[in-house]
Design a protein around this ligand. Structure first.
Ligand code: 4NP
Length: 166
């Protein structure tokens, strides 16, 4: 069966999408879910940059080192490479709809579409905020990661520890 591949996309790829990537990597590992995971920005300002120091700090408070992540910009080819492209907010979703090529195969959704009761909502941009805002971003990333893992398990049934036919 085809393997899931998930790309998280925000504006800068230094705050929200790296945290979503980190939370989902941990969630997938805990579940034994075989999935390729990456993140990108719709903008190009932070290409090659590590995550914002406040994003690095909140991840580290939860035991995850994201200092090695590097920013990149989303491309039309991502819509063929990934099975799920997950926008952090509605502006990112609109920008991605504009980038989507005619032969896209990826499913495009909002992170919080995977969270019961929060469908259609944006993860707030913490860039001009403080550590408390990054704590909220982390909480949204964790909730989104769990919901998305449930969704993908339902679609792919690809737990590495799970049963296989025959
Ligand atoms: P992110 O946050 O989209 O969550 O990575 C931002 C990072 C940088 C900028 C805006 C938002 N910026 O304007 O440079």
């Amino acid at each position: 069966m085809k393997r899931a591949a998930v790309l998280f996309v925000c504006l800068g790829n230094i705050c929200r999408s790296p945290l979503a990537e980190a939370a989902f990597r941990r969630e997938a590992q805990r579940r034994g879910l075989e999935v390729e995971i990456d993140s990108a920005g719709t903008g190009s300002w932070h290409v090659g940059h590590p995550p914002d120091r406040r994003a690095q700090a909140v991840a580290l408070r939860h035991g995850i080192d994201i200092s090695g992540y590097r920013g990149r910009q989303a491309t039309p080819d991502d819509f063929r490479r990934f099975t799920h492209i997950v926008a952090l907010d509605r502006a990112n979703l609109a920008d991605l709809q504009g980038l989507r090529p005619a032969d896209a195969t990826a499913e495009l959704l909002l992170l919080l579409d995977a969270v019961e009761g929060r469908q259609g909502k944006s993860v707030a941009d913490p860039y001009y905020g403080d550590d408390a805002d990054f704590d909220l971003t982390w909480a949204d990333a964790v909730a989104g990661a769990k919901g998305l893992a449930d969704l993908i398990e339902g679609q792919f049934q690809s737990r590495s520890s799970g049963r296989s036919p025959g």
